[in-house]
Ligand binder design. Structure first.
Ligand code: GLU
Length: 331
């Protein structure tokens, strides 16, 4: 079915590697408001595929924190739904099936390079999403015999063959960032399955969004440069991609992504200290251009006036003063 004709379905897909803080709570709020304002279905998915980082008590805590600020979901790990399971670590056969489909089209190749090799051969600067430098394609030209011989000694990762022609451009209309275009080869051949057997974020997110019939992906701007890779996968797998909206990030006063080093920004800590969920939503809405002043408000009361056009196009930089105020409230 054409994307236009499909019922609206959006999602929030946290990686349970840390507590929800003002930055990711804002992404959650905006994706929720977007879906709710369009009368759609909201899905929560735990992206715990990277088991080295993900911890399940955190998944539980993330759900508690989201509910505390008044966000609820129609489908998710704890409430189920027609397209589950909603926890990535329980969906490995789906990822394998997609990988087999890509392999059947000769779109993957084994790569024996170490991280050090890749950094040494870097042909492009680090991407926004921190996936490291673009892979220079060293192993793409290995013959099947060479690859076989090497795999006796070392397990390879599997990479996707990105179109190499410098003219191939992947462009899309982002609902917040506007027209976006990347040279297809810019990011290099990316990993589909790591040497340790883990499927990559790029593969898992595409399979899950497609399986869960997601029509609208709203997420942080740091994932903008992942989108061309995901679009290549949608194309190769014969699936229709969703609409994308990449929202500018919330940054600390040092201009870096909001994190623990910026102090008292975890929702969990705020809740323990008696800060109200309405106060938190008020701040988030104010940072997002949805309120003129950081007044307490309930998430549900923001649905009616919500529109993506209201969102700022630049990152939000929190002040030292605000962070100090937060710390003081928590004392
Ligand atoms: N799991 C990713 C994260 O927490 C988000 C992935 C996505 O929204 O596509 O950063």
């Amino acid at each position: 079915m054409e994307l236009q004709a499909q019922p609206i379905r959006g999602r929030f897909a946290p990686t349970p590697s840390g507590w929800i803080h003002l930055g990711n709570a804002r992404t959650a709020l905006l994706s929720w408001l977007h879906v709710r304002s369009l009368g759609g279905t909201y899905v929560l998915r735990m992206e715990d595929i990277d088991m080295t980082r993900a911890r399940s008590p955190l998944a539980q805590g993330i759900m508690e924190d989201l509910r505390w600020i008044g966000l609820e979901w129609d489908e998710g790990p704890d409430v189920g739904g027609p397209y589950g399971p909603y926890t990535q670590s329980e969906r490995l056969e789906r990822f394998q099936a997609a990988l087999d489909k890509l392999q059947g089209q000769d779109l993957l190749y084994p790569c024996f390079c170490s991280r050090a090799d890749i950094f040494a051969a870097a042909s492009a600067p680090h991407g926004l999403s921190g996936e490291g430098p673009a892979y220079s394609g060293t192993c793409r030209s290995l013959s099947p015999q060479e690859a076989m011989a090497r795999s006796q000694y070392k397990l390879p990762s599997l990479r996707f063959k990105v179109p190499q022609s410098p003219e191939t451009v992947i462009s899309f209309q982002d609902q917040v960032a506007g027209h976006v275009a990347f040279g297809a080869a810019e990011g290099g051949d990316f990993i589909i399955k790591r040497a340790d057997g883990m499927f990559s974020y790029q593969l898992a997110v595409v399979v899950d969004d497609a399986d869960m019939h997601i029509t609208d992906v709203l997420r942080g701007y740091d994932l903008l440069d992942s989108t061309p890779r995901q679009l290549l996968l949608y194309q190769a797998l014969g699936w229709e991609p969703p609409r994308f909206a990449h929202v500018p990030l919330v940054l600390g006063p040092d201009g870096r992504r909001l994190a623990k080093r910026h102090g008292a920004v975890a929702l969990r800590a705020m809740r323990r200290q008696g800060i109200t969920p309405e106060a938190v939503i008020g701040w988030l809405a104010y940072f997002s251009g949805l309120l003129d002043a950081p007044e307490p408000v309930k998430a549900v009361d923001l649905i009616q006036g919500f529109h993506l056009d209201k969102l700022p196009k630049e990152p939000v930089i929190l002040t030292e003063q605000f962070l100090r105020k937060l710390s003081a409230l928590q004392r």
